[in-house]
Design a protein around this ligand. Structure first.
Ligand code: UD1
Ligand code: UDP
Length: 387
């Protein structure tokens, strides 16, 4: 069999991190069988939203950067489709790999499927069942353009029945006869791989932030439904600041640029109060090693991020989810994640519940064995075995 060429599409922060798991598995297990080409759409472009991950996680620099940047959904996605289409025509990859549910993934799905290039969707089949989320539309489109779909959880795998995917499909697999797999989560692979390294390389981080292990709460917010609705953002942040003061605990908040923009332009007074509070530290986005160190040593996590919800589980931390629903339903069923939306009462109730709880939480192995990337690459190779 000749070497197969994978075209990886990344653009947003979590995709760069996810691609590092696949890159590492190629280097470690299949260096002679697989050639990777990396396309960065440029959806995220600030140093701390993009370059930092390439440097820290030792991913090779993008072969192409489309430099698309920020724009409305239509303009951003269409520029990406145009750029990815040209690259597929030039590179003629054997397949295109998509990670998750961003506009970069959607653009890859459209460009590749129209050129009859097989699509591999990693982190497939997740659903929030809320089609007002841009990500929900993107997920559905990506899944229905794919030839191989790798579902990270049982819940995701079960979702397929409702949309007509059949686990019993047999080869040859195509977009019309796709194959679905239950794999575990490549982000769990990453957490296992980087956890010890984070301790070594970022040893001074807690001191720099003047916090001690178990004596701070880690908070991230970036969903458009929270950042662009000032009533919600204000309710969340005012409630958290108040709770931190009452409970004498620090809040460490590495905020996405869009959250900072909203605070600085639409919630100026609240931003001033937060900045002046000795219980609140709003900091720029941190690197992945810094983030997992902060997750590992915090008291609890409060977030609207998909990835951070799962990482709370990997590090056995209770998690308050600033959303109405989640794709990671097993965490909620397990009682270790609580959905609170932006509801002041619910945030307060769950914050106090988790602050007072000393033991009794269980963190079952929902996300595989840490070898999902290797499994995925093995299956991709099988797809091309007999060509
Ligand atoms: C995107 C994804 C979301 C994912 C998130 C990960 C879509 C529709 N959304 O949301 O699913 O959870 O990435 O972080 O694809 N900005 C900067 N610098 C940057 C990047 C963004 O300042 O490097 C600001 C800009 O004001 C921009 C805003 O953030 O308008 C939103 O960025 P965008 O990439 O459109 O969406 P995200 O909220 O990052
Ligand atoms: N992350 C990071 N630095 C930060 C915030 C998040 O490295 O300041 C990592 C986090 O550990 C997780 C991923 O980014 O692996 C999640 O990305 P994000 O929350 O932006 O998007 P989502 O997962 O919701 O799509």
């Amino acid at each position: 069999m000749s070497r197969i060429k994978l075209l990886n599409i990344v653009g947003a922060r979590p995709q760069i991190i996810k691609a590092s798991a696949i890159s590492r598995a190629v280097r470690m297990h299949f260096p002679e069988d697989i050639l990777e080409v990396l396309v960065h759409t440029g959806q995220h472009y600030d140093k701390e939203m993009s370059d930092v991950f390439f440097d820290e996680l030792e991913i090779h620099k993008p072969d192409y950067n489309l430099g698309v940047g920020s724009a409305g959904h239509g303009k951003q996605t269409s520029l990406m489709i145009t750029g990815i289409e040209e690259i597929i025509l030039k590179e003629k990859p054997d397949c295109v790999i998509l990670y998750g549910d961003t506009n970069s993934s959607l653009a890859g799905a459209i460009a590749a499927s129209k050129l009859h290039c097989p699509v591999v969707h990693i982190e497939a089949r997740l659903r929030s069942f809320n089609k007002t989320m841009p990500e929900e539309i993107n997920r559905i489109m990506c899944d229905h353009s794919s030839t191989l779909l790798f579902a990270p959880t049982n819940a995701a795998f079960k979702n397929l029945m409702n949309e007509g995917f059949r686990p019993e499909n047999s080869p040859p697999y195509t977009i019309s006869n796709p194959k679905i797999f239950l794999t575990g989560d490549i982000m769990y692979d990453n957490t296992l791989f980087y956890s010890e390294l984070a301790e070594k390389k970022k040893a001074g981080l807690l001191d720099q932030l003047s916090v001690k292990k178990d004596e701070y709460v880690l908070v991230t917010i970036h969903r458009d439904s929270n950042t662009d609705d000032t009533d919600k953002l204000s309710a969340i942040l005012s409630t958290l600041m108040h709770l931190a003061e009452l409970n004498n605990i620090r809040l460490i908040m590495p905020f996405h640029p869009r959250t900072i923009v909203s605070l600085k332009t639409k919630l100026i007074e609240l931003h001033r109060e937060l900045t002046n509070s000795r219980f609140v530290s709003i900091i720029p986005p941190v690197s992945f090693l810094e983030m997992i160190l902060l997750e590992k040593h915090c008291r609890m996590i409060i977030t609207d991020s998909g990835g951070v919800q799962k990482e709370s589980h990997f590090f056995k931390k209770p998690c308050i989810v600033l959303r109405k629903e989640t794709e990671w339903v097993e965490l909620v069923v397990n009682g270790t994640a609580k959905l609170v939306d932006a509801d002041t009462y619910k945030i307060t109730e769950e914050f106090i519940h988790f602050m007072e709880l000393k033991e009794g939480l269980d963190y079952p192995a929902f996300y595989g064995d840490g070898k999902a990337a290797e499994f995925i690459l093995g299956e991709i190779l099988q797809l091309f075995e007999n060509r």
